[in-house]
Structures are given as structure tokens and as C-alpha cells.
Design a protein around this ligand. Structure first.
Ligand SMILES: [Zn+2]
Ligand SMILES: [Zn+2]
Length: 272
């Protein structure tokens, strides 16, 4: 599908509560049923999912395949990985997103599918640029979606299959949105999703920020004693991926000796 045609019926799906919805989105075997449509879905219907975050956000568009009463089959899907606010989505679509779940009027249906094809990589979202908006549920949902269900601290995959999954993922938002991070800039904190083990360690260890906790995985600087040691790695960061402040990509051309650690306080480099 390149453009929506009037023959398709378009529906707004509410994903709520948002944490269950992101978990069920990341883990299709989740027992959660956070999707609300309010109407019977047919093969070929187009579903646009809006989360009940504050502010509301747009997650994905799907084309329904053969479906049962309990589960909707999906034949095609488009995800907005940046989880734009409804306002940013509307700015791209040029029409308002209906506030309630259900079928969308045919005269706006086509425009609501446009952002998935035209703006999916690049939403100009004034909301995500505002520092004061960093601790909203919309920001938390973005952090969880971006984690893909992996613990930001230890890297382990968090089991999202059980009914207790929502208690098993701990979301930390930070002033620095994931996309705005500049690892040369001052390191205050970093948005993270933690498994229960890391969450307990961070709480019991008395760390006030996730970044302090993550730096505790590394040795302190032998020269200045700072606990801001970054692990060095050879290679380039993935384009578009923010570089976590506890790592330093050295690029592909590295001159000897290759350091293992680089102090974020004084710049001292060493290998253990
Ligand atoms: Zn962990
Ligand atoms: Zn140092």
C-alpha cells in the first residue's frame, strides 16, 4: 500500500493502559489485551493505534488480516519508532486525529494514513524537544519502546510474556531525551529500562541517577578517582543510534595502544 484508497475502512485503536500496550506490542505472546476498537474488524481494515499517554502518542498502523473474536491478524504494519505526539502527527497529516476509538470518516481517513508513509522517520515534534516534558508518560513509553525489552544496564532481555510483565520493567526517564543526547555534553542522566535485578541493585546501592549506577559497572579512574569511566570500543556507532555516555566508540582507525577505559572526568586512558 502506498497511499490509502477510499475503499479501505480506517479505524482508531486505543492502546491502554499505555504500558501494557507497549509491552504487548513488543511481545506478541503477552497475555495483555490493551487494544480497544469498539467495532468488528474485517480483513483489509486499516488500524491506527493511539496510546493513552500524556500527551497522547501514535504508535503504528496495521492492515488487518483474517481475525478471530479474540485476536486480530495483521498482514502489514508501519511503526512510528519515535512515538510522536498526536499533535506532531496531526501536523503531518493535516487533519485532527479522532479522540475516541472506532471508525474514521472516509473524508479524513486517507490523510491519517499519510504520516506513516511520508513522515515516519522525521517528525518535527516540538513536544519531544522540550526539556520539561522529559518525565511524562509519553516520554516513558518512548523509552520502553526504544529499549525493545532489553535492560539498559545489563543488556539482558526482560521477560515480557507473563501477566506480571508490567511490574518487571522499570522505566527511568531523564532530562536528556534519548534522541537529543550528546555524549560530549554534560552527563546528567540517561533514560533507561531496568530489569528487576538492576532496579533493586540501583535502589539498594543508593544511586541517585541511572547514569551513576551504570558507571559503577566500570572501574574508577586510577588518576583522578572519578566514577565516570567509559568503556572504549573499536568501530563506528550505528547511524541514528544515540551513543550511551558510558561507552566511547573509537572509530575504525585506532592507533596503539588501544585503551580499554577512558575517564569521563580527566580524559585519562588505560587498559586493565
Ligand atoms: Zn538488568
Ligand atoms: Zn580521571
Amino acid at each position: 500500500m502506498t497511499e490509502h484508497t477510499a475503499r479501505e475502512r480506517v479505524f482508531i485503536v486505543e492502546g491502554r493502559p499505555w504500558k501494557d500496550a507497549v509491552i504487548a506490542y513488543l511481545e506478541p505472546r503477552s497475555p495483555y489485551r490493551p487494544w480497544f476498537i469498539g467495532e468488528h474488524i474485517r480483513n483489509g481494515d486499516v488500524l491506527i493505534t493511539v496510546l493513552d499517554t500524556d500527551p497522547r502518542t501514535v504508535l503504528c498502523m496495521e492492515v488487518a488480516g483474517p481475525s478471530s473474536l479474540d485476536a486480530i491478524g495483521v498482514t502489514e504494519s508501519w511503526t512510528l519508532a519515535t512515538l510522536p505526539s498526536v499533535a506532531a502527527f496531526e501536523a503531518c497529516a493535516g487533519v485532527a486525529v479522532p479522540t475516541a476509538a472506532g471508525r474514521v470518516d472516509d473524508d479524513v481517513a486517507g490523510r491519517l494514513t499519510t504520516p506513516f508513509i511520508k513522515c515516519s522517520a522525521n517528525f518535527d515534534d516540538p513536544f519531544t524537544r522540550q526539556g520539561e516534558a522529559s518525565h511524562t508518560t509519553a516520554a516513558a513509553a518512548r523509552v520502553l519502546l526504544k529499549s525493545a525489552g532489553k535492560c539498559t544496564a545489563c543488556g539482558e532481555t526482560i521477560d515480557l510474556r507473563g501477566s506480571a510483565a508490567r511490574e518487571g520493567v522499570h522505566i527511568h526517564t531523564a532530562e536528556n531525551g534519548v534522541d537529543q543526547w550528546n555524549y560530549y555534553g554534560p552527563a546528567h542522566d540517561w533514560p533507561a529500562v531496568l530489569c528487576c535485578r538492576c532496579q533493586t541493585e540501583m535502589t539498594e546501592g543508593g544511586f541517585s541517577t541511572f547514569l551513576d549506577y551504570r558507571f559503577s559497572f566500570h572501574p574508577s579512574c586510577p588518576r583522578c578517582g572519578a566514577s565516570q569511566t567509559r568503556s572504549a570500543s573499536i568501530g563506528m556507532p550505528n547511524p541514528g543510534e544515540p551513543v550511551p555516555p558510558w561507552t566511547v566508540p573509537l572509530g575504525c582507525v585506532v592507533t596503539d595502544p588501544v585503551p580499554e577505559w577512558i575517564c569521563g572526568g580527566c580524559g585519562y586512558r588505560w587498559a586493565t
